[in-house]
Design a binder for this molecule. Structure first.
Ligand SMILES: Cc1cc2nc3c(=O)[nH]c(=O)nc-3n(C[C@H](O)[C@H](O)[C@H](O)COP(=O)(O)OP(=O)(O)OC[C@H]3O[C@@H](n4cnc5c(N)ncnc54)[C@H](O)[C@@H]3O)c2cc1C
Length: 626
């Protein structure tokens, strides 16, 4: 270990979430902020559409609350949504005070605007005009610009750019800091009284994604290995309209449809009115699946956005970034039919937190896309994610400023059902080897292809089991090809990211298998309607070796409902009570099976790659110690 440093707060991530926390913390706290690329390179930078806030004369936080709840399809945490909607106006004022310049209405125009002139846009499933934007469609870039500028002026903050956080440190069940690799390849440790995951999304797990290259789900994997609880991982939002051109993965913002663009199939038909009464402004998952249905029924690989009926000057002025991207590919946004297709976009699930960012692991916090506060439920309302990072980032900073002394208090949020898995041995096997670069890149491509083919917009049991088997095979191939690392040998960051991608992908598949219904962004062909008994129910994951501490923090009401799934032989902690039949197993198949079996997730295998057949060989009930 090259060196070690101490801070009050360590923040992993320099997107809107990490920056909001860092800038809101009191100046007397010593803060370290880590970004794996250069500061500013993040999902935040690419956000086009905008940031939601109920500031219009005909709008209110209550209406924003209602729209968010409706989009969330029965899984939103209402208290968290209320905070989001009610604290949004003050949070936006803070952002403006930090130097963010949102677009303003030209005097004398009939544009929708706030009383003090902020221009308001409209996006799918919003009942009012309430989306602030900057530079037309460069909202995230403007937010990153202003906040990174402010950050560089903070003397109480040490910035570690191009520094990769590879693991979290846990001592006596408390997260006490992290281990990182700096830009010169040196490993060092940081002690921190509070460690904050603000490391963004997981879009990189899928072959087609709107996310930039860094979205490799590092935060989910770090939290998992530190024993924190993850939840709602089956809910990945697929953006309906990513430009379908060779070699690009550029988003065409929802705001384009908000401005009046139509979707057309290859026959020229405006098809959305056939699928939903809100047509192009239907919720995101509906639009994405409708586009996919048209693609499948036509046997084509894209559909078209049509803005030809809108004034060209208005289109170019409102969407300068998207217009420029289109031009790069020989397309005119206002004059051509623009080819689009769905792609992985936003991870609704994540590290489970309460509304002050506390995870179930004391000393560890999470905020932004990596976190799951419950505000998005099964489907995020457009432009609520920048806002979530902002509002909950400010709250986390406020909470920390007041309670750092009591940092060992874990989240008060209570999970409902807790399948628990243990796969340390498989993780550790990958962490002991290194692949050559070409094989590693191939493994990534294969993983992303598997996730796209079986775990994207249309899922079913057979496909999910196939995905699980294929990932297991991929791991085996990697281990066969890889070379053992020598003592002290440095891992490449790309390899560490790839291991994280495997971890997160396996958990997403497990969650998707477990939820046997269609809800929000999770669409199962074999259970193609919502199951009302599952409304409000969340699947929660935690490695088995930490299950006892979770149980002790979860309280009796919840531990009674633990669904305990894992490897019996690995259970070395204090006794568990006999779990009762899971309230989540309602179908015929489940009622015939014991609830609590080793590998007892749907399909019989564990979630981490082994096939049902393999896992069932030697299946045994988890011993009852009660
Ligand atoms: C193309 C696109 C358009 C979007 N448009 C909108 C929109 O209009 N409105 C909206 O509300 N949302 C939008 N979103 C979603 C929104 O941008 C993100 O959800 C949000 O910006 C996430 O912010 P964050 O701070 O949580 O993470 P990010 O902005 O992704 O930041 C992650 C940070 O973590 C760092 N990091 C990650 N792993 C490590 C590690 N291991 N070690 C060190 N550092 C690490 C990265 O370097 C980066 O600094 C869009 C997303 C995309 C991709």
């Amino acid at each position: 270990m090259a060196y070690s440093q101490s801070y009050d707060v360590a923040i992993i991530g320099g997107g809107i979430a990490g920056l909001s926390v860092a800038l809101r913390l009191p100046a007397h706290l010593r803060v370290a902020l880590f970004t794996k690329g250069q500061l500013g390179e993040s999902n935040t930078r690419y956000a086009q559409g905008g940031l939601t806030v109920a500031l219009g004369a005909d709008d209110s936080p209550e209406l924003h609350f209602q729209d968010t709840i409706a989009a969330g399809a029965g899984l939103c945490d209402e208290a968290a949504v209320r905070i989001l909607a009610e604290e949004a106006p003050a949070a936006v004022r803070w952002l403006i005070a930090m130097g963010v310049q949102f677009d303003r209405a030209q005097p004398g125009t009939d544009a929708h605007a706030t009383a003090d002139g902020l221009l308001l846009g409209r996006e799918a499933a919003h009942s009012r005009w309430r989306v602030l934007h900057a530079g037309g469609d460069a909202t995230g870039a403007e937010i990153e610009r202003a906040l990174t500028l402010a950050l560089r002026n903070r003397s109480s903050l040490d910035l570690f750019e191009e520094t990769y956080v590879r693991s979290l440190r846990v001592e006596n069940e408390i997260c006490t800091g992290l281990e990182a690799i700096d830009r010169d390849g040196r490993t060092f440790t940081v002690d921190a009284r509070a460690t904050i995951l603000a490391n963004g999304g997981a879009g990189g797990l899928w072959l087609h994604t709107s996310n930039p290259a860094g979205a490799t789900a590092d935060g989910l994997a770090l939290a998992w290995r530190a024993g924190a609880t993850l939840t709602d991982l089956e809910f990945m939002q697929f953006h309906p309209t990513v430009l379908a051109v060779d070699g690009g993965s550029h988003l065409v913002s929802e705001a384009v449809r908000g401005e009046g663009a139509y979707l057309r199939n290859h026959a020229g038909e405006r098809f959305m009115p056939r699928y939903h009464q809100l047509a192009e402004l239907a919720p995101r998952d509906v639009v994405a699946r409708s586009i996919l249905s048209e693609m499948l029924s036509e046997g084509t690989d894209c559909q078209y956005l049509d803005l030809r009926h809108l004034p060209a000057d208005r289109v170019y002025a409102r969407f300068p970034t998207i217009s420029a991207i289109c031009r790069k590919y020989g397309l005119d946004l206002a004059g051509d039919l623009v080819p689009v297709a769905p792609a992985a976009h936003y991870c609704m699930g994540g590290v489970m937190t309460d509304t002050f960012g506390r995870t179930t692991r004391a000393g560890l916090y999470a905020v932004g896309e990596v976190a799951c506060t419950g505000v998005h439920g099964a489907n995020r309302l457009a432009s609520n994610s920048l806002l979530e990072g902002l509002v909950f980032g400010l709250r986390l900073a406020g909470g920390l400023a007041g309670t750092l002394a009591e940092q060992d208090i874990p989240s008060a949020r209570r999970p409902i059902a807790i399948p628990v898995y243990d796969d340390r041995s498989r993780d550790e096997a990958l962490l002991r080897v290194e692949l050559d670069r070409e094989s590693m890149l191939q493994a990534r491509r294969d993983l992303r292809q598997v996730m796209w083919q079986y775990v994207s917009l249309r899922r079913d049991r057979q496909g999910l089991l196939e995905a699980r088997n294929q990932l297991y095979e991929l791991r085996s191939t990697i281990l066969a090809k890889a070379t053992a690392t020598q003592n002290g040998q440095q891992f490449s960051i790309a390899w560490l990211e790839t291991i994280n991608m495997f971890k997160a992908a396996e958990l997403v598949i497990a969650a998707a298998l477990q939820r046997r219904e269609s809800r929000g962004s999770h669409w199962r062909l074999d259970y193609n309607t919502p199951d009302e008994t599952l409304a409000g129910r969340h699947y929660v994951f935690q490695p088995m070796q930490y299950a006892q501490s979770l149980r002790s923090t979860a309280g009796d009401d919840v531990s009674d409902r633990l669904t305990y799934v894992g490897e019996a032989g690995d259970h070395k902690g204090p006794p568990f009570p006999t779990p009762p039949p899971s309230p989540l197993r309602t179908d015929d198949e489940a009622s015939k099976k014991p609830t609590c079996v080793r590998g007892g997730v749907e399909g019989g295998g564990d979630p981490c790659g082994r096939s049902g057949a393999l896992a069932e060989d030697g299946l045994e009930e988890v011993p009852s110690h009660a």
